[in-house]
Design a protein around this ligand. Structure first.
Ligand SMILES: [Zn+2]
Ligand SMILES: [Zn+2]
Length: 376
């Protein structure tokens, strides 16, 4: 039997035993090593998203293949081959998008806009066989034909690889700011440019790390929790702005300008998820710069923005909605680069066994730690 934490209903988390599934030719069963607890899981728990209960939450896992079908051995997306004992990460959203919606037909380069997408640990129920379709379980069943599977490079530890999914979100957010790719003329992110990241939770910290690894110049992180500000510095932030010391948006905008020769950040990334951060972030962006919105994955409501500022700055405001499955490849390469440069593994501050998933949720609600992970 395999232990799994399931959401039976809103705020009803239960630990159950599922029978070990039979492995089909195109699938594999993996031992879960670590699975992140993410804001999305908290939203599922609180009932902020409609899902087909029961669901095993968890879409950010790393683990080792225990049993694999013959066909599945050929499905590693970079052509490396898969076998028992391999450490892998899996893109939780299906790779074959629905194929029928407007976006699949007319915008295939933006796969995350598909309206018919299935995501393990989010909207795939554990009611039927093979049951184990989410990360908060000792073992996970993966259909390797339908999901992108990446072998984890040897240099990348499980404590780092578990961040693949959130780092895919963060690195995609920075990559949104690359276009049109003429950094020489101040158009689009480039080597040496300044990046301001609002918020130093997991997504914000990984955005700082990505900016560092991608060759950013000055990196500025804004937050109000000591643990996070310290971590931001470890991830490569040159300056941190403590919101407890600089209490008003005006002061913080001035500070960003002071640190950027009076101009504002070339790129500013919003990773707070609080509406008030948005007008402030727009003010922090230099004229002709780019503002990327990645923090508001759910909907906490509107905010007042002055359109004159946007017009006058001739700036770009870009949304970043999740990431294409190719992003995991980018992330694993970034993690290899980070191996002896940035202590990415320190972002996971708390670990709990799957049977203690509730403890993790309660601890997170008490706002303790940065990133939690469950162990299998
Ligand atoms: Zn997540
Ligand atoms: Zn579609």
């Amino acid at each position: 039997m395999v232990k799994a934490a399931i959401l039976e209903d809103v705020r009803k988390l239960k630990v159950v035993d599922y029978p070990e599934p039979e492995v089909e030719p195109n699938g594999f069963l993996m031992k879960m090593e670590l699975c992140g607890v993410c804001g999305t899981d908290m939203h599922l728990y609180e009932g902020n998203m409609k899902i087909p209960f029961p669901v095993i939450p968890g879409h950010e896992w790393v683990g080792v293949i225990e049993e694999i079908g013959e066909e599945a051995k050929g499905y590693e997306v970079r052509g490396q081959g898969l076998d028992v004992g391999d450490r892998v990460v899996v893109v939780p959203g299906t790779n074959r998008y629905c194929g029928d919606c407007y976006f699949c037909r007319f915008m295939p380069h933006k796969p995350t806009l598909c309206t018919g997408r299935k995501v393990m640990g989010v909207n795939m129920t554990s009611a039927e066989k093979p049951h184990l379709l989410g990360g908060w379980a000792e073992k996970i069943y993966v259909n390797a034909e339908k999901f992108w599977v990446y072998k984890v490079p040897d240099e990348v530890t499980p404590e780092v690889a578990v961040l693949s999914e959130p780092m895919a979100v963060s690195s995609r957010a920075l990559e949104r700011a690359y276009a049109p790719g003429m950094p020489t003329f101040g158009e689009g992110f480039g080597v040496g440019q300044s990046v301001v990241v609002q918020g130093a939770g997991a997504i914000g910290l990984l955005a700082v790390a990505t900016a560092k690894l991608a060759g950013a110049g000055k990196i500025i992180s804004v937050d109000m929790v000591d643990e996070r500000l310290t971590m931001a510095e470890k991830m490569g932030a040159d300056h941190v702005i403590d919101m407890r010391q600089m209490k008003t948006a005006e002061e913080r905008v001035k500070e960003v300008q002071r640190l950027t020769n009076g101009l504002g950040g070339d790129v500013v990334i919003e990773a707070v998820g609080v509406p008030a951060a948005v007008p402030e972030g727009i003010d922090m962006t230099r004229r002709g710069g780019k503002y990327v919105e990645v923090g508001h994955y759910t909907n906490p409501g509107p905010v007042l923005v002055n359109p004159h500022t946007i017009c006058n700055k001739d700036m770009d405001i870009l949304g970043s909605w999740t990431y294409p499955p190719t992003q995991f490849g980018t992330v694993l390469d970034l993690m290899r680069l980070a191996a002896d440069r940035l202590p990415l593994d320190e972002i996971v501050t708390h670990k709990f066994h799957v049977s203690d998933a509730q403890k993790s949720i309660d601890t997170l609600k008490a706002r303790k730690g940065i990133k939690h992970a469950l162990t299998g």
